[in-house]
Design a protein around this ligand. Structure first.
Ligand code: THU
Length: 147
C-alpha cells in the first residue's frame, strides 16, 4: 500500500521545492523547476534543474533531488513535490518518471506558483514501469542464447 502524506508534510515539501527552485541554473530555457522528496524517516531533500551549454547534459530537478537523498543514504521515498511555472503545474518528464519508479510508488505533488496543487502518483505517471521487480522476474538463462 502506498503511504499517504498528511497536509503538514505536503506543505513542507512544497515549501522546500519552491525555495530551491529559485536556485535553478536555467539560463537557456528560463524554466525554473524545484523538487523535494520526503523520506520515511521524515527528512526532506531538495534539488533544482541544472542546465548546461551543451543542452543535452541538463539535469532535471527531480533527478537532482533524488540524487541528493540517495547520497545522504535515504532511498525510502514517501513523496515528492515538483514546483513549476506552468499552469496547470507540469508533471515530471519521462526520464524522471523512470528514475522515480526505481524507488517505488509514492505520491507526486505538482505545484504551480499560485499555490495550485495537484496530486498524482509514480504508478499513475508511469504504469507498467520497467523497475527492479521486472529484473527480479527475469529467468536466469536466455533460452535463445547460443553458448
Ligand atoms: N525540467 C525539469 O527540471 N523537470 C522536468 O520534469 C521537466 C523539465 C527542466 C529541464 C530543463 O532545464 C527545463 O526544465 C526546460 O525543459
Amino acid at each position: 500500500m502506498m503511504m499517504r502524506m498528511d497536509q503538514r508534510q505536503i506543505d513542507e515539501l512544497v515549501a522546500a521545492a519552491t525555495e530551491v527552485r529559485h536556485r535553478a541554473h536555467a539560463p537557456y530555457s528560463g524554466y525554473l523547476v524545484g523538487a523535494a522528496v520526503l523520506t520515511a524517516d521524515g527528512r526532506v531533500f531538495a534539488g533544482c534543474n541544472v542546465e548546461n551549454a551543451s543542452y543535452g547534459l541538463s539535469v532535471c530537478a527531480e533527478r537532482n533531488a533524488v540524487a541528493v537523498a540517495v547520497a545522504a543514504g535515504c532511498r525510502d521515498f514517501t513523496g515528492i513535490a515538483v514546483v513549476t511555472q506552468s499552469n496547470p503545474p507540469a508533471a515530471p518528464c519521462g526520464a524522471c518518471r523512470q528514475v522515480l519508479a526505481e524507488f517505488g510508488d509514492f505520491p507526486v505533488i505538482l505545484a504551480g506558483l499560485d499555490g495550485n496543487l495537484q496530486t498524482t502518483s509514480v504508478r499513475d505517471l508511469l504504469p507498467r514501469a520497467f523497475d527492479p521487480a521486472t529484473l527480479a522476474a527475469a529467468s536466469e538463462e536466455d533460452p535463445g542464447r547460443t553458448p
